[in-house]
Design a protein around this ligand. Sequence first.
Ligand code: SF4
Length: 447
Amino acid sequence: MALTGLDIFKLTPKTNCKDCGNPTCMAFAMKVAQGAIPIDKCPHISDEVKAKLDEATAPPMKTIKIGTGENEHSLGGETVLYRHDKTFVSKTLYSVAVSDAYSDEQNEKAFADIANIDYERIGERMRVEAVFVDYVSDGTKFLDLVKKANDMGRTLIINCADADLAAKALEIAAAGKPVLSGANASNFEAMNALAVKHGLVLGVTGKDLAELHDTVEKLEKAGNKNLILDVTMANIKDTFAATVQVRRAAIKDGDRSFGYPSIVNAARLAAGDRHMQTALASLFTLRYGSVVVLEGMSYADALPLFGLRQNIFTNPQKPMKVEPGIYPLNGADENSVCLITVDFALTYFVVSGEVERSGVPVNLLITDAGGYSVLTAWAAGKLSASSIAKFFQEADIENKIKSRTLVIPGKVAVLKGEIEDKLPGWKIIPSPPEAIQLVKFLREFNA
Ligand code: SF4
């Protein structure tokens, strides 16, 4: 169980020397207990006590890294059960499965799906992050799939319970730091040796939660805490129950043997039913799947799924903002018309997308509105004639831009007169109320 501030205080030197930047050892201990500062901020704590405190104050779920370079991903590190308590930390990764049990056609389709999904939404690249290469019975075909998947430049999850075959797969793919999955009650020693040899995360499975827990304890005893738990059970109901139980045990009960990220194999739970798999991916994005495995992914699957993930894995206490400033679009220069809007990320990406679609050169001006949308910012007093005038002054718009035409959001057309008073010499034009109308509006305006 996590230590309280008082528990930690008892282990400090209690000299109140302030070397850690805190006025007293008690203040230091309280902050360590909250996770606000690490223990090693106190230079006077002995290594022995530090090791004890490190263990006791570590987050309830380990953060595990998989992949390398631009394909490196963090999993786990979660500290809460509910997003309204605090933010979730590591987004769910989506993985598409290929398998020696699938037809060549199905595998090719899966590879094509992986390559096809690649777009940006609110500044985040959306793509299938991992390829799940599953071994069932045909070793030659499996190794061929490992090679093909490795060439795709994504993180691999090599699911192979045969340690000898897994060793051959790792000869091909170990450099990309894949997950080696498939350790179970009967093969964990050989699989552990392989994972340790290559410095890889080991995926552990069990026929039920008791067996999974038992195997994890044995691996931990052998010194391996670089694990990920495959919580896929015999059916959807049991898998959902297992996923929630594992997370609750880790976060609420402080069970460190369940304090690892998880894999949920929706491709196995609903084989052949892509709609159900997408529904399951939504479910396990909300409820604790660190990696969700699917048989494929189309744009129709991806758009709602990635949108959901982006909503869940953002900090609810921090508005999604972009930097205020001048964003020249479509080759805009100092003579191009200005269009102003707020710094709410979704507004920025929607408006900039429509402006780009219009092909009209526009200086998009983003003003600091606290990360609120247009109407919310206006209602909160963060988007007004005064705030726009202040932004013009701070960003030195008058000197940087020669055009004297400013398009304002149609939803705050009521500000037109006040803005004209604050910005003499500028022609203020309200845009249509909806961003989708901008293309026609700007083309006609530019004609
Ligand atoms: S540096 Fe250590 S001993 Fe000094 S006040 Fe901080 S916690 Fe106490």
